[in-house]
Design a binder for this molecule. Sequence first.
Ligand code: ZN
Length: 343
Amino acid sequence: MSTTGLNKKALAEGQLAVQLYSEYFGPSMFTHMQLTQQTACNFGQSWPELVWIPICYYFDTTVRHQLGMDWGDRGYWKVVTPHEVAHQWWGHTVGFSSYRDQWMSEGFSDMSASLYLTLVEKNPKKFLTFWNDERELLLEKNAQGFRAIDAGSLTTGYRANNSRTGFDITRRLIYPKGAYVLHMIRMMMHDRQKGDQLFKETMQDFVKTYTGKAATTEDFKAMVEKHMSPEMDLEGNHRMDWFFNEYVYGTQLPSYGVSSAFDVGADGDVVMSLKVTQSGVDDHFRMLVPVYVELADGNIVFLGRARISGNSSIDQKIPLKGLKVKPRRAVVNYYDDVLASSN
Ligand SMILES: [Zn+2]
């Protein structure tokens, strides 16, 4: 097997990823980057300015299946190059202080790869499949019968691996859940007019502040608090404790139900009756739940974010100004904006 042609593909992906991450996160510490293949299959992070592409990247799914390596076909193989290139930022430019903070290195690299899927490959289907795969890794039981989401907090890190929970549990926890945490912050900061501007400012400030240093989970939390939007201030104290306690330090997982009906108002505009229910959480659990509508032509439009606390519902009539044709339905979490059970 010659890997030369596929090396070119990896290099091209690497170049595009560097451009994208520079735009989103600001410059890394490094002015050069080299990519080469290596014989190990399960990792690629090496030194600053050097990215290893695991040899199995060059195999197709059939060969990987024959070798018994299907585990990575959910997630890892689809984004090897963008994940490994992202470590030039997460792990090399910004270090992690201890095993408790390692979720940021692996999770942020996985989330960075999702940006690559949506913004470079411009493939919405791959983007949604990626987040489905990440959720599956968290919610399915491993051979020892544990779901990674229940095994411990993100900050348990590699200590979650042991003979009782299985030695694959941390891999199933910190990569996908760490990625979800950053994805959720991006989606909360997303603005109809300004797009990802607030998210970019946050991440660029984080990289600039911690270049060449090791960051802790609390350092990152403080950075999010410095840039958070007023809408994210669910406790009215300019803190993100609610979110970090739920998803970084805690193991909660909400479920959402949604129902909708549509009427036409006196002015001819559509009025939506919307009910969103949050369940499976404790009484203190708060969330901003993004609501979308699927229009008659199939397009998905973002409507706004519902604030829901505890196991409860919101029930509202919402005039959809200017809309004359009834949409098909309301949808929550269309872009996997909130990590929740999949039902
Ligand atoms: Zn990694």
